[in-house]
Design a protein around this ligand. Structure first.
Ligand code: NAD
Length: 525
């Protein structure tokens, strides 16, 4: 059946609300055809020597570095993040992924021998081959529209897969630019396909018979992806939302901790899956000074045109996201939270005069919050930091773990031993000590969460191995010896097996068991 989707989507600059372009959305039959073509292209691409695939990746790296200014500007124009963040959070990860793959992929994807201890398997060789899977679908969000898909695309392509990317409908131009870059880098036709469009296009892709689907986005859509992929039993990874915590101990140094937490809560206007969205400050020591310093720093953040080099906070992506943040802050305040700074829409004449008609929200800090408030439970995805003062580390850990999400967390203390002990008790995919958030941009480090933050790991060797079939090959090198588990069954075989098990697992009489095993093995099989 051919489903026709809305044929055009608009790309809008969230800072000015100006339309940047209209982008065509393919119909479902075009998407189905693209998957078929990608499957065909896979046959050739997967057969190429890894070295050739890595040459393409090296070309891509050079292209990225040459075009970095143009790409960073486009990311800022379409997503609204400050320019510095477009370089640091969007380009470093893909560039480092290229460098890492070129250096390490041959080693990581080389066959691995497995030594087996049991004498029952003497004479066999076991090894693993890491084989490409086929067509890998990637559905990605708007908040990091470049780094999120590109880091996974590079790994999928290096491993020999072909890729179909469905970028967010809010950042289609960045999606199309990604496709253009892969083409310019010399990747053969149909190895990378970009399907622009919204949820319907994503759903159509998710329902297709893909070799794997990597989804990054909200919890709600993640559940839809589980349902859409179930009939084909398509293997999926889900990178979903977060409600990430920071736990600050009384001995944490005030200035450094306040600077870092302010960044962790407000970078990308709080629209990061791993933004600090709950801050638990353990009472005593520096706790009051720290909260005061955070409020000072947040009050001074420069909100405005994200293309300016000094802007620190851009707009929220759209009115829905803006309304969501307003609602959460209002609900918290009506339930007793106190606003320490911010808490309002920014409608300064200065912004309007510069044509900044987008949805800017004052960086906001709240105190007197509790877990009955929505802002301590739901993902905020905006520039609002709720702070709770707690009496002990144990209370902080308990509250930190009282969430349906578990993506990242951070612990702040001068005592690294103590901080690491707390890290072991906090539920998360990553726990940072005295820093936060940054590791998404690091190719070598695994990324992913627990609970409703999803499952699977991207980046690192774990992310790479998620994109291959780990094929075990078993070779029997002894042609004269029938195996013990084959027919016929008889008593000397039984004795051999019993002696073999004793040799492997009994603490004493090892030598006798081994002798019994060998003696029986050579009897009539
Ligand atoms: P979203 O779920 O609205 O959309 C994500 C992608 O899914 C988009 O491309 C969208 O078009 C597509 N989509 C929507 N409905 C679909 C459907 N029914 N079937 C298939 N695809 C569909 O999320 P968003 O607003 O773009 O992104 C923000 C969310 O992403 C936040 O919750 C954030 O925490 C999460 N996120 C997670 C990570 C992570 O690494 N865990 C990283 C970034 C963002």
């Amino acid at each position: 059946m051919v489903t026709t989707f809305s044929t055009m989507i608009k790309s809008v600059n969230p800072a000015t609300l100006e339309e940047l372009a209209e982008v065509r959305v393919p119909s479902s039959d075009v998407i189905s055809e693209a998957i078929k073509v990608s499957r065909k292209a896979f046959e050739k691409w997967s057969g190429l020597p890894l070295k050739i695939r890595l040459d393409n990746i090296e070309n891509f790296q050079q292209l990225l570095i040459t075009q970095k200014d143009e790409i960073a500007r486009l990311i800022t124009l379409e997503s609204g993040k400050p320019l510095l963040e477009s370089y640091l959070a969007e380009l470093t990860g893909p560039l480092d992924t290229c460098a890492w793959l070129v250096k390490e992929a041959e080693k990581l994807l080389a066959n691995t021998n497995i030594d087996i201890a049991t004498p029952l398997l003497w004479g066999k060789k076991h090894y693993l081959r890491y084989e490409p899977l086929g067509v890998v679908g990637i559905i990605s969000p708007w908040n990091y529209p470049f780094s999120i898909p590109v880091m996974t695309m590079l790994m999928a392509l290096a491993a020999g897969n072909t890729v179909i990317l469905k970028p967010s409908e809010k950042t289609p131009l960045v999606g199309l630019k990604i496709g253009e870059l892969f083409k310019q880098a010399g990747f053969p036709e149909d190895i990378v396909t970009i399907i622009t469009g919204g949820g319907e296009a994503g759903e159509h892709l998710a329902k297709a018979d893909l070799a794997r689907l990597i989804f990054t986005g909200s919890l709600n859509t993640g559940v839809k992806i589980i349902n859409a992929t179930a009939p084909n039993v398509t293997p999926i990874s889900l990178e979903l939302g977060g409600k990430d915590t920071a736990i600050v101990l009384p001995d944490a140094p005030v200035e450094r901790t306040a600077q870092a937490i302010t960044w962790g809560a407000f970078t990308n206007a709080g629209q990061a899956c791993a933004s600090i969205e709950r801050l638990y400050v353990v009472r005593g020591g520096n706790s009051e000074l720290l909260i005061n310093r955070i409020v000072q720093l947040v009050s001074k953040l420069k909100v405005g045109d994200p293309l300016l080099e000094t802007t620190e906070i851009g707009p929220l992506i759209d009115v829905q996201q803006f309304d969501h943040v307003v609602n959460l802050v209002e609900q918290a305040v009506s339930a007793g939270a106190k606003v320490l700074c911010g808490g309002e829409k920014i409608s300064s004449p200065e912004l309007r005069d510069k044509g900044l008609a987008g949805y800017f929200y004052q960086p906001t800090v709240l105190i007197n919050v509790d877990h009955n408030m929505r802002i301590m439970q739901e993902e905020t995805f905006g520039p609002a930091l709720p702070i709770m003062i707690v009496d002990s580390e144990e209370e902080a850990i308990k509250l930190a773990n009282q969430s349906t999400y578990a993506l990242t967390a951070s612990i702040w203390s001068a005592n690294l031993t103590r901080a690491q002990l707390i890290a072991s008790k906090v539920q998360a995919g990553t726990v940072f000590i005295n820093d936060c958030l940054y590791s998404h941009a690091v190719a070598e480090l695994p990324w992913g969460g627990l609970k409703r933050s999803g499952f699977g790991r991207s980046h690192s060797r774990f992310g790479l191995l998620d994109l291959v079939n780990i094929k075990h090959i078993s070779v029997d090198k002894i042609s004269w010896l029938p195996r013990l588990w084959w027919y016929p069954y008889h008593s000397s075989k039984l004795k051999t097996v019993r002696c073999g098990l004793d040799y492997m697992h009994k603490k004493d009489n090892k030598l006798a068991s081994l002798c019994g095993f060998i003696a029986n093995l050579t009897k009539r099989q």
